[in-house]
Design a protein around this ligand. Structure first.
Ligand SMILES: Cc1cc2nc3c(=O)[nH]c(=O)nc-3n(C[C@H](O)[C@H](O)[C@H](O)COP(=O)(O)OP(=O)(O)OC[C@H]3O[C@@H](n4cnc5c(N)ncnc54)[C@H](O)[C@@H]3O)c2cc1C
Length: 390
């Protein structure tokens, strides 16, 4: 039996960031992270698009991303160890969220909150968008919000950065799979692994991504988080485009430039499969559901080649599509970090810091308590805004 102050189940970007913040804040706290796959083949973190945006409507989500943008500035040097220096590959291409008449009030409301918090976001009407980005055709859209700070980074480098720095600071990464949490009267005593080891801990954090629901369910804790399979298509075009921001169409189709002629594309849909299959959606689905909407607004994209595709899991919080972070109310020492619903990668710096503060009983730099699990128990959603599912 091994014994730790804090045990983290899952060493994706959330588990690794939390381990880093814990050891940095309190070098005396013993921290173990149980991660079953050090290659992270199916972890949502490495399968994500790595997009970071301040364009949210909830204040917490905006402040979380502002912190991430700040952290990324010096991430490479802050996370450097004697053997590894991560290159997060920060690209600030901007995000353009286009809207129809119906979506306009929510976009404006979000914009006002973002600007009040100091974000560089502006409203462009349809004509201004076409003027600024000549390849873009208005085709019935009233306009959109352009966030100049938004961009994309390499999620694997960020994960590796947090993980290797946490290890250098003294966190222990155990390569094993947690089979079950060891529940007791008022909380949790640790966990047992599939190889038969028992690990005891004074506090346990479940940060097992889309796999958290089953682990918690077996321990008698029900959360409304389901694993939705999302496919990312990598497409190339026979022409090159520079200066185009990432574009998010009102129907959810997105286009993120990887290089001048290589793009990531996808669309979250309510009928995306739920489960752990990892087979990407078909090319036909791309042709039927994504391509026509894209070509309507960016006609040049009628010529493209699907180079490859992959599928990864959104841990979708069915209550309100927002993170569930904090202590589970009916327990004294079991904490959750899941349900990030497609925007969790960019939340790892602030969420890791917040969880570390909670676990160590320290004051919060950024109060994220509204994203806590109590709202799940109370069935009290904290919506971003209706209609945007990405
Ligand atoms: C296609 C796609 C695109 C995305 N795009 C973006 C984006 O642009 N921007 C953004 O912010 N977010 C994006 N996301 C969401 C983002 O990837 C996730 O919210 C975030 O990575 C969640 O991190 P995590 O550490 O909670 O989960 P994960 O990265 O999934 O890590 C969980 C870890 O737990 C381990 N684990 C699970 N069960 C056990 C167990 N029983 N024992 C031991 N280990 C276990 C797993 O092996 C895994 O490594 C995207 C997601 C997908 C799928």
């Amino acid at each position: 039996m091994t014994d730790y102050d804090i045990l983290i189940v899952g060493g994706g970007v959330m588990g690794s960031s939390t381990a880093y913040h814990l050891r940095r804040a309190d070098p005396a706290a013993s921290v173990a992270v149980v991660e079953r796959d050090s290659t992270y083949q199916r972890a949502s973190t490495v399968l994500s698009d790595g997009n970071v945006r301040v364009q949210f409507n909830l204040e917490e989500n905006i402040l979380i991303s502002q912190h991430t943008l700040e952290v990324l500035e010096t991430f490479a040097t802050d996370m450097a160890t004697s053997t590894y220096q991560p290159d997060p590959g920060v690209k600030r291409q901007g995000n353009l969220f286009t809207v129809t008449r119906d979506g306009e009030p929510w976009a404006i409301k979000g914009l006002e909150t973002q600007v009040a918090l100091g974000c560089r976001v502006e409203w462009l009407d349809g004509q201004e968008i076409s003027n600024r980005f000549p390849r873009y055709e208005n085709a019935g859209l009233v306009g959109g919000t352009l966030g100049d700070d938004d961009g994309s980074v390499d999620p694997t480098a960020v994960l590796r950065g947090y993980r290797s720095k946490a290890i250098e600071l003294g966190a222990v990464f155990i390569k094993s799979e947690v089979a079950a949490l060891s529940m007791e009267a008022n909380g949790v005593a640790g966990a047992s692994t599939t190889s038969g080891e028992s690990i005891s801990a004074r506090q346990v954090l479940v940060a097992a991504g889309a796999w958290s629901t089953r682990l918690l369910g077996d321990a008698g804790i029900t959360i409304p988080v389901l694993p939705y399979m999302r496919t990312v298509y990598v497409v190339s075009t026979p022409f090159e485009v520079t200066g185009l921001p990432s574009i998010f169409l009102p129907n959810g189709v997105y286009l993120i430039g990887e290089s001048e002629n290589m793009w990531l594309m996808g669309l979250s849909q309510p009928d995306d499969p739920i489960g752990f299959d990892f087979t990407p959606a078909s090319r036909e689905r791309f042709e039927e559901r994504i391509w026509p909407g894209l070509v309507k607004h960016l006609p040049q994209f009628d010529k493209l080649t699907i180079e490859r595709s992959w599928a990864g899991l959104y841990a979708v919080n069915g209550l309100d599509h927002n993170a569930i972070i904090g202590r589970w109310p009916s327990t004294e020492n079991l904490y959750l970090a899941t349900g990030f619903s497609g925007h969790g990668f960019q939340q790892a710096p602030a969420v890791g810091r917040y969880l570390s503060e909670l676990l160590l009983g320290q004051p919060h730099v950024l109060d994220l308590s509204r994203l806590g699990p109590q709202r799940i128990v109370d069935n009290r959603p904290l919506h971003e805004h209706p209609g945007r599912v990405i």
